[in-house]
Design a protein around this ligand. Structure first.
Ligand code: EPU
Length: 292
């Protein structure tokens, strides 16, 4: 049986996570691990399983709130280049789970493959996008998936094909510990036309979302047939602050943080929103972001 000591080259203890998240709040990880290869990642995950140590995967940190106490156990970061390769062949693009979604989109555009541009402007990694079936008005990532290769919390690797996967609004059946890579089926198109569509999405996002602020994107999922942002605005909450966290004036489903904010400020603001929207409209807002 291996022990964590065998991984001292890639493990750091007591690592602050705030700067690795978009909200820039929250405490440290007991250990942060940056494996250099898939084999090393698999060996570490197997070791943690054998030792009964909690393991979490850090994606791009854009949809994540870390509590001020931080997290015990190991936080994995797929920052090594081997986890973020993007390659294209015919109409299939293959991407590592650690690749930025924006990189997957730009590589697809370069080779004249269309589809994923509807995801332009969504931050985070390919793995994170698949895990939460990231999307927007134009569609979501799940509709383009051919196959996904995962690593389970027990250290097993397997591939699931599209007919074994299911995706719904901000929900996916891919819930294993790590998404190692995925294949996407796209359509050939003119690169200039795809770029034009991306520009339009950016213009729309910039005019409706607080993109230049620290935020985690939308905090809540849209309730069926409704808009969380509109409900929060109609509850009169735009601009409401708790400590260094504030409901965005531009889009009420965004919480923006300043340099004095704590995770507790954000959590209290989330609870306040949920209570007010429930009182006023009888709607329970469900979180879109992950909380550690
Ligand atoms: N609205 C308000 N007040 C607000 C915000 C929105 O009245 O403060 C209204 C808008 O005027 C519009 C409606 O609510 O009539 C919908 O707003 P918007 O078009 O901004 O879309 P959304 O449903 O709030 C969704 C995704 C976004 C994605 C956009 C564009 C969710 C929870 N949000 O937002 O995704 O960027 O569509 O495709 O599904 C994210 O998930 O993190 C995210 C930002």
């Amino acid at each position: 049986m291996s022990s964590l000591d065998d991984f001292s080259d890639i493990l750091k203890a007591d690592v602050p996570l705030a700067d690795l998240t978009w909200l820039k709040v929250g405490g440290p990880a007991q250990y942060l691990a940056e494996p250099r290869s898939q084999e090393e990642l698999q060996a570490l995950v197997t070791c943690c399983h054998e030792q009964d140590l909690p393991v979490r995967l850090l994606g791009g940190g854009s949809n994540l709130l870390v509590r001020d106490d931080g997290v015990s156990g190991v936080v994995l970061s797929l920052s090594a280049p081997c986890f973020s390769e993007v390659t294209a062949e015919d109409d299939i693009v293959r991407a590592g789970g650690g690749a930025l979604l924006s990189n997957l989109i730009s590589e697809s555009v370069k080779v004249g493959l269309a589809g994923l541009e509807v995801l332009a402007g969504i931050p985070g990694t390919v793995g994170g996008a698949l895990h939460g079936n990231a999307g927007g008005r134009g569609g979501d990532i799940g509709q383009f998936v051919k196959s996904v290769t995962v690593l389970t919390a027990k250290g097993e690797i397997f591939t699931r094909k599209e007919d074994e996967l299911s995706f719904a609004y901000r929900k996916s059946s891919v819930n294993e510990l790590v998404i190692l890579n995925a294949e996407f089926q796209l359509q050939t198109d003119n690169a200039d036309d795809i770029t034009q569509r991306i520009r339009k999405i950016w213009i729309m996002k910039r005019s409706t979302q607080p993109l230049s602020h620290q935020s985690a994107g939308c905090i809540f999922k849209n309730p069926r047939g409704l808009s969380a942002g509109a409900l929060i605005e109609q509850a009169g909450l735009k601009g409401t602050q708790v400590g260094g966290a504030e409901i965005s004036d531009r889009h009420a489903n965004f919480i923006v943080t300043n340099e004095k904010a704590t995770a507790d400020d954000v959590l209290r603001l989330i609870e306040l929103i949920q209570a007010k929207v429930s009182d006023r409209f009888g709607v329970d807002l469900e979180l879109e972001i992950n909380i550690w």
